[in-house]
Design a protein around this ligand. Structure first.
Ligand SMILES: *Cc1c(COP(=O)(O)O)cnc(C)c1O
Length: 371
């Protein structure tokens, strides 16, 4: 039987045509016209004034933290259940990550536990929408205005998703996206910052481009990075963005199919279909082993691998990362909900190119591992 990889992508739109254009015109660096086009179209798609394309979603977070002036001694609140890039951006800026547990069903940050973490040193809340459902933003926006905090919104998994009808990626002082191949829109590697604040946009552009100065190019007031996106990547991005509606519909179909096929398996907690403010877009289709299952996610993934089904574990909590513990961070932190899903959760093949037959086979193999 053929393996079913955890993610397969679709590049059968205008990608080839636009890439060819790059080669024929010789524009392959970040100076090419697709970069600006992608920035403008992407920003418009999420209702933002400015888009700043960068080389990936992780460095978009690094740029956001520094652009907002967050540094030594400042605290930033974030979910413990997220990718390392979030906490890494905070730590690399010299600031202190303060983690919050997640909710058991949406897997998003528990909004009721944020306020107790706010201190006089808190500068920002880094909101991360996890796996397909957005964070309940309204209470976070009120907290931010009550305490004068910035919001950094990591919308890496949220292309095309809305919260109460407003685009994810429209909520932060700066919001960020990733275009890694498992995201709804891919450029191979790539990322984007979006904002409505012109000054912040200028800062992000400068940080992305080594803080070269317009008038005196090689004279530096500040240290930036080379985080530029190439015209080749942006060409793919423009073609992908043309199909975002279709991609979201496809992801929803994949999610609904899995739910139909898996809902009677009494060993699994499945992703919830919708909340009061959004319908799941299933960035990935995650499942959590119920407590009565006598093995953990690692064993479940091992069993699925025997059927050549690709999987990925859930995120591992930030407060349980050896790299941060060695730095003396997160002493005595406990987040039982996130710790549980990190051990019992994993996701199954749910990329845009998956076929209905493959979905069926994954579902029936998943059933098998409990027998
Ligand atoms: C994918 C992802 C990132 C990182 O993006 P890269 O482009 O892989 O660096 C950041 N945050 C979240 C929530 C992600 O899912």
């Amino acid at each position: 039987m053929n393996p079913i990889p955890v993610n397969e992508i679709l590049l059968d739109g205008n990608e080839k045509k636009y890439l060819l254009e790059c080669i024929e015109t010789g524009w392959i660096s970040s100076e090419g016209p697709f970069v600006k086009q992608f920035e403008e179209q992407f920003a418009a798609r999420v209702g933002r004034q400015y888009g700043i394309a960068v080389s990936n979603g992780s460095v978009a977070l690094d740029t956001a933290v520094v652009a907002l002036g967050i540094g030594r001694g400042d605290e930033v609140i974030l979910p413990t259940f997220t990718i390392i890039s979030c906490a890494a951006a905070i730590v690399r800026a010299g600031a202190i990550p303060v983690v919050v547990d997640c909710e058991p069903h949406t897997w998003n940050i528990n909004i009721n536990q944020i306020e107790e973490k706010i201190t006089s040193r808190t500068k920002a809340i880094m909101v991360v929408h996890i796996y397909g459902l957005p964070v309940d933003m309204a209470p976070i926006l009120s907290l931010a205005s009550k305490y004068g905090l910035q919001i950094i919104e990591d919308a890496a998994e949220m292309h095309g998703q809305t919260y109460n009808g407003l685009s994810c990626g429209s909520f932060g002082a700066i919001s960020t996206f990733s275009f890694y191949p498992n995201k709804h829109v891919t450029t191979g590697e790539g990322g984007m910052l979006v904002t409505d604040d012109e000054e912040l946009a200028v800062r992000c552009r400068s940080l992305r481009n080594l803080c070269f100065q317009p008038q005196k190019r090689f004279f530096h007031e500040e240290l930036g990075w080379n985080f530029r996106m190439t015209n080749l990547q942006a060409a793919v991005g423009v073609a992908q963005l043309e199909r975002l509606e279709e991609f979201v519909a496809r992801k929803r179909y994949i999610g609904q199919r899995y739910t139909e096929l898996l809902k009677d398996i009494s060993f699994l907690e499945l992703p919830i279909v919708k909340t009061d403010y959004a319908e799941n877009i299933y960035w990935v289709y995650g499942v959590v082993l119920k407590d009565k299952v006598p093995f953990d996610a690692e064993e479940a993934m091992r069993r699925l691998a025997q059927y050549k089904i690709g999987t990925r574990p859930f995120f591992w909590c930030m407060h349980e990362q050896p790299v941060f513990q060695k730095m003396g961070l997160f002493n005595n932190v406990s987040c039982p909900i996130a710790e549980r899903i990190a051990r019992r959760g994993f996701y199954i093949p749910s990329g845009l190119a998956i076929t209905p037959e493959q979905i069926k086979r994954v579902a029936s193999c998943l059933r098998e591992i409990f027998s």
